[in-house]
Design a protein around this ligand. Structure first.
Ligand SMILES: NC(=O)c1ccc[n+]([C@@H]2O[C@H](COP(=O)([O-])OP(=O)(O)OC[C@H]3O[C@@H](n4cnc5c(N)ncnc54)[C@H](OP(=O)(O)O)[C@@H]3O)[C@@H](O)[C@H]2O)c1
Length: 229
């Protein structure tokens, strides 16, 4: 059981906190609007509620930043002392008008959170799907649980987030270090552009693993070797 602080009372806070309460974690919803925090805590069926600072302070292992990019960096900077030594879970998508990546040419949103709270262990996850996918119980498609890439640099922090991914009913996959969080954010911008802008099924853009290097590269088990450098 973890004691998890949630910063924000919006859609992602709602979707993820509800799963984690059901999984038996102690969850404290922190909002700038006490009424919204109380309403969400009630809706989750067992979370507590508090202000943003109190939620960050009373969290023991993990704090989810369920805040818009930009505001999130400001809030986290303000709370950096309370986040010291904790996992700071970043689900943000710095995606703006025209599905543009707002961080283009600069550090990723995850890196900006890490700079704002240098004592926290930032992990990026849960940014690639819509809130209503995260609300599914569980998010399983064609019998296969949704795979959730997780990026971070601290082994203990990654293990905690992998557990939280499983508590949502998904399968965690190693996305690499926090330097690769920029790729997850860019992938979200691409996916949202394909889904919303073009009406294209983003799932269709990659071949199955057995064909990742083309049909001539399957071994006896049907899996591929490593890509050439
Ligand atoms: N929605 C999705 O499908 C989805 C999917 C993947 C990732 N994401 C990412 O997840 C993050 C949260 O998205 P969301 O859909 O949950 O957003 P949301 O429903 O708009 O909720 C945002 C929350 O942030 C709070 N907030 C905004 N500005 C603030 C500030 N300056 N100080 C303190 N609190 C502030 C809001 O408080 P008030 O209620 O008081 O305004 C609200 O509780 C975003 O970065 C988004 O890109 C969203």
């Amino acid at each position: 059981m973890m004691r998890i602080g949630v910063l924000g009372t919006g859609n992602m806070a709602d979707a993820l906190a509800t799963h984690w309460v059901r999984a038996g974690h102690e969850v404290i919803i922190g909002g700038r609007d006490p009424h919204r925090a109380e309403l969400l805590a009630t809706r989750t069926g067992g979370a507590k509620h508090a202000g943003l600072r109190a939620a960050a302070e009373s969290a023991q292992e993990v704090v989810l930043a369920a805040l818009p990019f930009g505001a999130g960096v400001e809030v986290v900077r303000d709370l950096r002392a309370a986040l010291e030594g904790k996992v700071l879970l970043d689900c943000s998508n710095p995606v703006g008008q025209g599905f543009r990546l707002l961080t283009e040419g600069g550090p990723s949103a995850a890196r900006q959170l890490a700079a704002a709270a240098p004592g926290a262990h930032v992990v990026k996850a849960f940014n690639l799907c819509h809130e209503d996918v995260w609300r599914m119980r569980p998010p399983v498609f064609d019998g296969r649980p949704l795979a959730v890439p997780v990026c971070g640099d601290d082994g203990t922090a990654l293990a905690r987030v992998r557990e939280l991914v499983r508590d949502v009913g998904c399968e965690p996959v190693a996305g690499g270090g926090l330097d690769r969080a920029a790729l997850l954010e860019a992938t979200a911008a691409l996916f949202i552009g394909l889904w919303v802008g073009e009406g294209v099924d983003a799932q269709a853009i990659a071949p199955p693993l057995a064909y990742a290097a083309g049909p001539g590269h399957q071994d006896a088990e049907g899996s591929t070797g490593a890509f050439p450098a």
